[in-house]
Design a protein around this ligand. Structure first.
Ligand SMILES: Cc1cc2nc3c(=O)[nH]c(=O)nc-3n(C[C@H](O)[C@H](O)[C@H](O)COP(=O)(O)OP(=O)(O)OC[C@H]3O[C@@H](n4cnc5c(N)ncnc54)[C@H](O)[C@@H]3O)c2cc1C
Length: 283
């Protein structure tokens, strides 16, 4: 087995383009499980965790965007300043695995694996994130909604690296909630991210673990945006109930070893309703 250890983005992209069959290794918290369980055979490895450009982030208040390098870890994302700028993503970061997993695991690894249960993904979908892909000599930007095409399936091509993800900065409430079989160290059986854009007066809701991809809920979003009292920061019980029902209707859950489809559908409505109430807490 060969292991390439680039230390610059240019070296990493050259290595990935020259070895499109090679396996990219970031924190290893997804990959090593697959290797150890014999589900993935690895011949050539390109590590990306020493590439400074991937481990950095930039905040551009003038453009209203935050660009997060693929190698930024959950331990970084669960803390300030991300708690202020992208609270839903920071809340999701806090729920990933254990402190050890969060120190090694990266947002780029979560996006590349693209499990419907990936905790980073509903906030990215709700925020309207853009995924940046690059190979030697070429770059492309893909909206997250087009990036994920199925369970653990994406439009990323062999030889391409995820370099970063950009999220627009949104003023207003953001929240992430998940349920699993216990409170910590758990893969979600249902999850939801809600972003309330006070300036655009829109509500965005993205659901995880209840479909083949992360699901946005246009009907629930439109009903809530029209039904909440933006001025007073309040929402009625009837609007919350309708929002929860429309979220349930948007879900496409399956029965599997983690849960039944019926429980997932019920739970995701509860999570959506709870987040809407938190977003508009006034009486
Ligand atoms: C005990 C345990 C608990 C966990 N709990 C959770 C949880 O609660 N929630 C959750 O969402 N996940 C969880 N995970 C999964 C995992 O920690 C996350 O998905 C993490 O974000 C993966 O990041 P990584 O850097 O470790 O990726 P790696 O394992 O290094 O890589 C994952 C995949 O992404 C590819 N890849 C990595 N970086 C790039 C890049 N820059 N460009 C292209 N491809 C790339 C790799 O080739 C590989 O296919 C858990 C894992 C373990 C072992």
């Amino acid at each position: 087995m060969s292991v390439l250890i680039p230390t610059t983005l240019a070296e990493a992209l050259t290595a990935a383009s020259a070895n499109p069959a090679a396996t990219v290794l970031a924190g290893g918290t997804d990959l090593m499980v697959e290797v150890n369980e014999g589900r993935r055979v690895v011949a050539e490895v390109i590590t990306v965790n020493r590439v400074a450009e991937l481990r950095s982030w930039t905040h551009d208040p003038a453009a209203g965007v935050l660009r997060i390098g693929a190698g930024v870890t959950w331990a970084e994302l669960e803390a300030e300043p991300f708690t202020e700028w992208v609270p839903a993503l920071a809340q999701a970061a806090r729920t990933v695995g254990s402190p050890q997993i969060r120190h090694a695991g990266t947002i780029g690894g979560n996006i590349a694996t693209c499990s419907p249960a990936g905790d980073g993904l509903p906030p990215l979908a709700a925020l309207g994130a853009v995924v940046h892909l690059a190979s030697a000599g070429a770059e492309r930007d893909v909206p997250f909604a087009e990036f994920m095409t199925g369970p653990k399936r994406t439009v990323r091509q062999p030889g391409e690296l995820i370099t970063a993800v950009t999220v627009p900065l949104v003023r207003g409430f953001q929240g992430y909630a998940k349920v699993g079989v216990r409170n910590a160290m758990v893969i979600s059986t249902a999850s939801a991210a809600l972003v309330a854009d006070r300036d655009g007066r829109s509500i965005r809701l993205a659901l995880g673990s209840v479909g083949p991809t992360i699901l946005r809920c246009p009907e629930a979003e439109a009903a809530a945006a029209a039904g909440v009292d933006w001025q007073a920061g309040a929402v009625s019980a009837a609007v919350v109930a309708e929002f929860a029902d429309l979220a349930r209707a948007a879900a496409r859950p399956i029965d599997d070893h983690r849960s039944t489809a019926a429980y997932r559908r019920h739970a995701v409505g509860v999570l959506a309703g709870r987040l809407l109430r938190r977003a508009f807490p006034n009486e």
